[in-house]
Design a protein around this ligand. Structure first.
Ligand SMILES: [Zn+2]
Length: 326
């Protein structure tokens, strides 16, 4: 080995160890256990899909924390544990983005931990429509819900009507928004204007996770359009990984496409059984096809989504009115 080769080899080794070190430190700062640091003091937690958990966002204020979504009880326990790795501040507010069990049934755990659960006021109306039936159904399949020994879902302790509802101190501003009926009649968003982060609940999902039973499918793209007027760069969805503005763009395109495709089938006089194939009383296949651009949102529930869209269009009223009444 001549001297210049040895010098170059040593230089290369130093360079490689520097790269490895910087990758490791980058990883360490971005990920604390299950929490991914999106911006200083803002963490995103991807929910466990096999347990039905939603995603959570944890936001640090000067003296306390704000958590977006209560999750199921088992999810709430995990979030409460995970938070200990990043902050010793108490959780003061938990924002329920809507009434669904995977976003709200953990409310009793957060209250017991000293937090105030909070939602847009229409979430109470959705709870009145769908409970206690939803709670009973969940109790029959989920030990974490049954173990609480309650008769029904615990509503948010506080609701607000004026939007945006602002949580603010010297270090940060959080705006809670409502843009209309999309996934449910209570779809709340959390917006961090300084960090340009939008937390969307289930009005915007990143993947084939859209449940349309309680939705206003035709109005859903309009709600996303209003949300898009906010100046954000990062999107933290209710389900699926974090990303950027391509998530609301894609979700909106998916909603428009499914509505247009089913509308045109209906206007050609097609019946539900002409476009959705049933197996054991459940939708198992569909002839409706959407463009390659929105395939991220097309999955196993697509035939059911087509069915709900068809029912909304053929009955001329939002699907949530069909399932939940006025
Ligand atoms: Zn939901």
């Amino acid at each position: 080995m001549n001297r210049s080769f040895a010098a170059r080899a040593a230089l290369l080794a130093a360079f490689v160890s520097l790269v490895v070190f910087s990758l490791q430190t980058q990883d360490a700062s971005a990920q604390s256990g299950n929490l991914q640091e999106i911006a200083p003091g803002v963490w995103f937690r991807l929910g466990e899909r096999d347990m039905g958990h939603c995603n959570n966002t944890i936001i640090e204020m000067e003296d306390y924390l704000v958590v977006i979504d209560a999750n199921f009880p088992s999810g709430a326990s995990r979030v409460i544990d995970d938070i200990k790795a990043v902050s010793s501040k108490p959780v003061k507010y938990v924002f329920d983005t809507h009434h669904h069990g995977d976003h709200l049934y953990g409310n009793p755990l957060w209250r017991e931990a000293g937090a105030t659960t909070l939602a847009y006021h229409t979430v109470l109306q959705e709870i009145a429509r769908y409970e206690p039936q939803g709670w009973r159904n969940a109790s029959s399949t989920r030990p974490d819900v049954a173990e609480l020994g309650l008769e029904t879902a615990e509503p948010p302790m506080e609701v607000f009507q004026e939007i945006p509802y602002v949580i603010e101190d010297d270090t940060r501003r959080i705006e809670l928004h409502f843009f209309g009926w999309a996934h449910t009649r209570g779809d709340g968003f959390a917006f961090l204007p300084n960090e340009k982060i939008l937390v969307t609940g289930d009005a915007i999902a990143n993947g084939p996770f859209n449940f349309m039973g309680h939705a206003n499918i035709g109005n859903w793209p309009n709600v996303i359009e209003r949300a898009k007027s906010l100046e954000f760069e990062t999107v933290l969805p209710g389900h699926g990984p974090a990303g950027g503005r391509e998530i609301p763009e894609g979700q909106q395109a998916f909603m428009r496409e499914i509505h247009a495709a089913v509308s045109s089938a209906a206007s050609e006089g097609k019946k539900l059984e002409d476009i959705v194939e049933m197996e054991d009383g459940r939708p198992a296949g569909t002839s409706v096809e959407l463009s390659p651009a929105v395939q991220n949102w097309v999955g196993g529930n697509f035939p059911l989504q087509v069915q709900f869209t068809y029912e909304e269009i053929s009955e001329g009223r939002p699907h949530g009115e069909i399932l939940g009444g006025k």
